[in-house]
Write a new protein. Sequence first.
Length: 94
Amino acid sequence: MEKIKKSTVVRIIILIVALLNQSVAVIGASTFANNDWYQIFSVIVTIITAIINTWYNNDITRLARIAGVFFEALKDGKISEDEAQKILEDIQNE
């Protein structure tokens, strides 16, 4: 089974850093936080990072990674729609 993708880890780390930075800016714990341009830039970076993290599939759990592999196989034509439907029906009938 695949491990968590590096791109997923990087996106999550960047989001955490952006949120921590935003928290510092809100409470004014940094000398930069008093600058209006810094606060505007900080909000914009946080919003963009959150949108990017929402847009991409961040398959963190084992089941999400399995579903991702299944989806990619279906998308790449390695599994036909009929085969996928059969697998799903078999699962539902258990």
